[in-house]
Design a protein. Structure first.
Length: 203
Protein backbone atom coordinates (compact mmCIF):
# COMPACT_ATOMS: atom_id res chain seq x y z
CA UNK A 1 0.00 0.00 0.00
CA UNK A 2 1.33 3.46 -0.90
CA UNK A 3 2.32 5.71 2.00
CA UNK A 4 0.15 8.75 2.67
CA UNK A 5 2.06 11.72 4.08
CA UNK A 6 1.23 15.04 2.41
CA UNK A 7 -1.26 15.28 -0.44
CA UNK A 8 -1.43 18.49 -2.43
CA UNK A 9 -3.74 18.93 -5.39
CA UNK A 10 -7.02 20.12 -6.87
CA UNK A 11 -10.11 19.43 -4.78
CA UNK A 12 -13.28 18.52 -6.66
CA UNK A 13 -16.62 19.54 -5.10
CA UNK A 14 -19.49 17.06 -5.35
CA UNK A 15 -22.63 18.57 -3.82
CA UNK A 16 -24.54 15.42 -2.98
CA UNK A 17 -25.53 13.70 0.26
CA UNK A 18 -26.07 9.99 0.92
CA UNK A 19 -23.88 8.86 -1.95
CA UNK A 20 -24.17 5.12 -1.54
CA UNK A 21 -21.84 2.38 -2.75
CA UNK A 22 -24.12 1.57 -5.69
CA UNK A 23 -23.63 5.12 -6.92
CA UNK A 24 -19.89 4.84 -6.36
CA UNK A 25 -19.62 1.55 -8.26
CA UNK A 26 -22.84 0.00 -9.64
CA UNK A 27 -23.44 -3.71 -9.14
CA UNK A 28 -22.79 -4.68 -12.79
CA UNK A 29 -19.11 -3.86 -12.32
CA UNK A 30 -18.57 -6.08 -9.28
CA UNK A 31 -17.60 -9.22 -11.20
CA UNK A 32 -13.86 -8.61 -10.87
CA UNK A 33 -11.78 -9.29 -7.77
CA UNK A 34 -8.95 -7.06 -9.02
CA UNK A 35 -8.42 -3.69 -7.43
CA UNK A 36 -7.43 -2.05 -10.70
CA UNK A 37 -9.52 -1.12 -13.72
CA UNK A 38 -12.56 0.02 -11.77
CA UNK A 39 -11.82 3.74 -11.90
CA UNK A 40 -13.41 4.20 -15.30
CA UNK A 41 -16.69 2.90 -13.86
CA UNK A 42 -16.64 4.97 -10.66
CA UNK A 43 -19.81 7.08 -10.25
CA UNK A 44 -21.00 5.54 -13.52
CA UNK A 45 -24.67 6.50 -13.43
CA UNK A 46 -24.07 10.14 -12.48
CA UNK A 47 -20.91 10.42 -14.58
CA UNK A 48 -22.09 9.10 -17.96
CA UNK A 49 -25.11 9.50 -20.23
CA UNK A 50 -26.93 6.42 -21.54
CA UNK A 51 -24.87 6.53 -24.76
CA UNK A 52 -21.65 6.41 -22.76
CA UNK A 53 -20.72 10.04 -23.22
CA UNK A 54 -19.70 12.11 -20.22
CA UNK A 55 -22.22 14.26 -18.41
CA UNK A 56 -20.99 17.83 -18.56
CA UNK A 57 -22.41 18.77 -15.17
CA UNK A 58 -20.55 16.04 -13.28
CA UNK A 59 -17.62 17.84 -11.56
CA UNK A 60 -14.99 15.17 -12.19
CA UNK A 61 -15.75 15.35 -15.94
CA UNK A 62 -14.97 19.06 -16.02
CA UNK A 63 -11.46 20.06 -17.05
CA UNK A 64 -11.05 22.16 -13.90
CA UNK A 65 -11.42 19.09 -11.69
CA UNK A 66 -10.48 16.17 -13.93
CA UNK A 67 -7.93 13.98 -12.20
CA UNK A 68 -8.41 15.69 -8.82
CA UNK A 69 -6.91 13.61 -5.98
CA UNK A 70 -9.21 15.15 -3.36
CA UNK A 71 -13.00 14.97 -3.25
CA UNK A 72 -15.20 17.24 -1.13
CA UNK A 73 -18.73 15.99 -0.74
CA UNK A 74 -21.83 15.76 1.46
CA UNK A 75 -22.79 13.81 4.54
CA UNK A 76 -23.17 10.03 4.89
CA UNK A 77 -20.77 9.25 2.06
CA UNK A 78 -20.39 5.55 1.25
CA UNK A 79 -23.68 4.36 2.74
CA UNK A 80 -25.48 1.30 1.38
CA UNK A 81 -23.93 -2.13 0.91
CA UNK A 82 -20.50 -3.04 2.25
CA UNK A 83 -18.81 -3.64 -1.13
CA UNK A 84 -15.06 -3.07 -0.95
CA UNK A 85 -15.09 -2.34 -4.68
CA UNK A 86 -16.22 1.19 -3.73
CA UNK A 87 -12.86 2.36 -2.32
CA UNK A 88 -11.07 0.33 -5.01
CA UNK A 89 -12.90 2.28 -7.72
CA UNK A 90 -12.31 5.65 -6.06
CA UNK A 91 -8.61 4.98 -5.58
CA UNK A 92 -8.24 3.69 -9.14
CA UNK A 93 -9.85 6.93 -10.30
CA UNK A 94 -7.01 8.79 -8.60
CA UNK A 95 -8.85 10.06 -5.51
CA UNK A 96 -6.75 9.57 -2.36
CA UNK A 97 -8.61 11.75 0.11
CA UNK A 98 -12.33 12.34 0.69
CA UNK A 99 -13.58 15.19 2.86
CA UNK A 100 -17.17 15.01 4.05
CA UNK A 101 -19.36 15.80 7.03
CA UNK A 102 -19.76 12.08 7.78
CA UNK A 103 -19.15 8.61 6.36
CA UNK A 104 -20.85 5.23 6.56
CA UNK A 105 -18.87 3.09 9.00
CA UNK A 106 -17.99 0.18 6.70
CA UNK A 107 -16.90 2.44 3.85
CA UNK A 108 -14.87 4.53 6.30
CA UNK A 109 -13.02 1.45 7.57
CA UNK A 110 -12.48 0.05 4.08
CA UNK A 111 -11.00 3.34 2.92
CA UNK A 112 -8.14 3.16 5.41
CA UNK A 113 -7.46 -0.46 4.46
CA UNK A 114 -7.02 0.62 0.84
CA UNK A 115 -4.87 3.71 1.35
CA UNK A 116 -7.59 6.38 1.15
CA UNK A 117 -7.82 9.06 3.83
CA UNK A 118 -11.45 9.88 4.74
CA UNK A 119 -11.72 13.11 6.73
CA UNK A 120 -14.86 14.04 8.63
CA UNK A 121 -15.27 17.76 9.32
CA UNK A 122 -18.06 19.91 10.75
CA UNK A 123 -20.69 20.96 8.21
CA UNK A 124 -19.63 24.60 8.12
CA UNK A 125 -16.00 23.68 7.39
CA UNK A 126 -17.00 21.30 4.61
CA UNK A 127 -19.17 24.05 3.13
CA UNK A 128 -16.32 26.54 3.27
CA UNK A 129 -13.98 24.14 1.47
CA UNK A 130 -16.70 23.28 -1.05
CA UNK A 131 -17.48 26.90 -1.83
CA UNK A 132 -13.81 27.74 -2.14
CA UNK A 133 -13.23 24.86 -4.57
CA UNK A 134 -16.18 26.00 -6.68
CA UNK A 135 -15.02 29.61 -6.73
CA UNK A 136 -11.33 28.91 -7.43
CA UNK A 137 -10.99 25.48 -9.04
CA UNK A 138 -7.26 25.87 -9.71
CA UNK A 139 -6.35 26.61 -6.07
CA UNK A 140 -4.51 23.72 -4.45
CA UNK A 141 -5.58 22.05 -1.23
CA UNK A 142 -2.94 20.52 1.01
CA UNK A 143 -3.71 17.64 3.37
CA UNK A 144 -0.93 16.95 5.86
CA UNK A 145 -1.56 13.68 7.67
CA UNK A 146 1.33 14.01 10.10
CA UNK A 147 0.15 17.46 11.27
CA UNK A 148 -3.53 16.57 10.74
CA UNK A 149 -4.20 19.80 8.89
CA UNK A 150 -6.03 20.90 5.75
CA UNK A 151 -4.86 24.18 4.19
CA UNK A 152 -5.87 26.10 1.10
CA UNK A 153 -3.41 28.90 0.44
CA UNK A 154 -3.47 31.47 3.23
CA UNK A 155 -7.26 31.56 3.33
CA UNK A 156 -8.40 28.31 4.94
CA UNK A 157 -6.82 26.08 7.57
CA UNK A 158 -8.57 23.32 9.51
CA UNK A 159 -7.42 20.58 11.87
CA UNK A 160 -8.89 17.09 11.65
CA UNK A 161 -9.07 14.10 13.95
CA UNK A 162 -7.89 10.59 13.13
CA UNK A 163 -7.40 7.41 15.12
CA UNK A 164 -3.66 7.05 15.94
CA UNK A 165 -3.51 3.44 14.74
CA UNK A 166 -5.06 4.33 11.39
CA UNK A 167 -2.75 7.31 11.07
CA UNK A 168 0.24 5.02 11.66
CA UNK A 169 -0.98 2.60 9.00
CA UNK A 170 -1.42 5.28 6.35
CA UNK A 171 1.84 7.09 7.11
CA UNK A 172 3.73 3.81 6.75
CA UNK A 173 1.70 2.31 3.92
CA UNK A 174 0.57 -0.65 5.98
CA UNK A 175 -2.51 -2.71 5.17
CA UNK A 176 -3.71 -5.53 7.46
CA UNK A 177 -0.97 -7.86 6.18
CA UNK A 178 1.67 -5.19 6.66
CA UNK A 179 0.50 -4.56 10.21
CA UNK A 180 0.78 -8.28 10.95
CA UNK A 181 4.29 -8.40 9.49
CA UNK A 182 5.30 -5.60 11.86
CA UNK A 183 4.72 -8.12 14.65
CA UNK A 184 6.78 -10.84 12.96
CA UNK A 185 9.43 -10.94 15.70
CA UNK A 186 6.77 -11.23 18.42
CA UNK A 187 4.99 -13.99 16.49
CA UNK A 188 8.19 -15.99 16.07
CA UNK A 189 9.02 -15.54 19.76
CA UNK A 190 5.57 -16.75 20.77
CA UNK A 191 5.79 -19.78 18.48
CA UNK A 192 9.20 -20.69 19.84
CA UNK A 193 8.05 -20.47 23.46
CA UNK A 194 4.79 -22.24 22.70
CA UNK A 195 6.62 -25.17 21.10
CA UNK A 196 8.52 -25.71 24.35
CA UNK A 197 5.34 -25.57 26.43
CA UNK A 198 3.02 -27.52 24.14
CA UNK A 199 5.26 -29.56 21.88
CA UNK A 200 2.43 -32.01 21.22
CA UNK A 201 0.68 -29.37 19.10
CA UNK A 202 3.60 -29.25 16.67
CA UNK A 203 4.21 -32.99 16.30
Amino acid sequence: MEKFTILKGIAAPLRMINIDTDIIIPKQFLKTIKRTGLGIHAFHDIRYNEDGSEKEDFPLNQESYRGAPILITGENFGCGSSREHAPWAILDMGIKCIIAESFADIFYNNSFKNGILPIALPKEQVEELMASAEKEPSALLEVDLEKQTITRGNKISFDFEIDPARKHSLLNGLDDIGLTEEKKAHIKSFESNDKEKRSWLYA
